[in-house]
Design a protein around this ligand. Structure first.
Ligand code: ADP
Ligand SMILES: Cc1cn([C@H]2C[C@H](O)[C@@H](COP(=O)(O)O)O2)c(=O)[nH]c1=O
Ligand code: ZN
Length: 273
């Protein structure tokens, strides 16, 4: 039995035969209603999850939580490395074992709207878009939150409260948390709190993309514009994945361009005077 969590409490417990590889099913408008029928329908799902995690048929949800501690899995890498693709595959795999999912992304990332997580290839899955992770439990409601087995988080670099949330979800509440995000920004500095959860993690996967300039493995994200703020939402229009050599070459080109532009600007200013 498969399940997915949409951006409403009702859809939090939808059990569907849909695969995230079939986007139209996730493009439906969300109806934030709490259907008790659907709500109850989640019970066997959790029971199945309990069973697949080693719990017996008679194991209550509370007992299951006590017996089974949570997990944290972290997926990092540059842009276009397949982090979101890997996240969606992993949460779908968990749903296929009967677990109940919740998928979250930052509401700062409005590239494809706020109702779904979308990969660069267009694969999508319905999600909750939140300003901070601490609002998740309130949005969902305590009862619904208790029934969630697996929490997927995309664009994790944008959540300042990532560490606190992951700690509580996995250590206290026994959730399986799967986190995808950028480990580094365009300057190759640590981005947000993603690196802070590495010490908490069961597993860490660093993915690579293909360098757009030479086709070798790409570990870094090059920003193509002169914009210097850390957070700048964008896709291939603003960023490209690059290998080490092309990252360093790119910095030289960007720095040289900046110097030329500054020179031009100061020349224009002195001409005006
Ligand atoms: N230079 C590139 N290297 C690798 N994948 C790329 C590149 N440009 C576009 N893509 C596409 O991006 C997809 C990965 O998208 P996605 O999972 O959203 O990545 P991420 O979340 O890491 O940014 C790849 O499957 C590929 O089709
Ligand atoms: C490198 C870098 C990226 N961002 C933004 C750009 C995108 O909106 C996301 C990353 O998306 P993806 O799913 O990993 O492709 O982060 C940024 O704000 N600052 C940066 O330095
Ligand atoms: Zn290269």
């Amino acid at each position: 039995m498969r399940s997915l969590l949409a951006a409403s409490a009702a859809s939090a417990f939808v059990r569907s035969s849909a695969s995230p590889l079939r986007p139209p099913l996730f493009a439906l408008p969300f109806r934030p209603q709490l259907s008790s029928t659907r709500f109850c329908a989640a019970r066997p799902v959790s029971a199945a999850a309990a069973k697949s995690r080693g719990g017996g048929a008679g194991c209550s949800e509370m007992e299951d939580r006590a017996v089974h501690s949570g997990e944290i899995h972290v997926i990092v890498g540059p842009m276009f490395a397949g982090k979101t693709t890997a996240l969606l595959r992993r949460v779908q795999a968990e749903a296929d074992t009967g677990r109940t999912l919740a998928l979250i992304k930052s509401d700062k990332d409005n590239r494809y709207g706020l109702d779904s997580v979308v990969t660069h290839d267009g694969t999508k899955m319905a999600c909750w878009a939140l300003p901070e992770l601490s609002s998740f439990q309130d949005k969902l409601g305590a009862e619904a939150y208790n029934k969630v087995d697996v929490i997927g988080i995309d664009e994790a670099q944008f959540f300042d409260d990532l560490r606190d949330f992951c700690c509580k979800a996995a250590d206290r509440d026994g959730k399986i948390v799967i986190v995808a995000g950028l480990d580094g920004d365009y300057k190759r500095n640590k981005f947000g709190s993603v690196l802070d959860i590495i010490p908490l993690a069961d597993s860490v996967t660093k993915l690579t993309a293909r360098c757009e300039l030479c086709g070798r493995r790409a570990f870094f994200t090059l920003r193509k514009t002169g914009d210097t703020k850390t957070e700048l939402i964008g896709g291939a229009d603003v960023y490209m994945p690059v290998c080490r050599q092309h990252y360093l070459d790119g910095q030289i080109v960007i720095e040289a361009t900046r110097i030329v532009l500054d020179l031009e600007r100061s020349t224009v200013t002195s001409d005006v005077k």
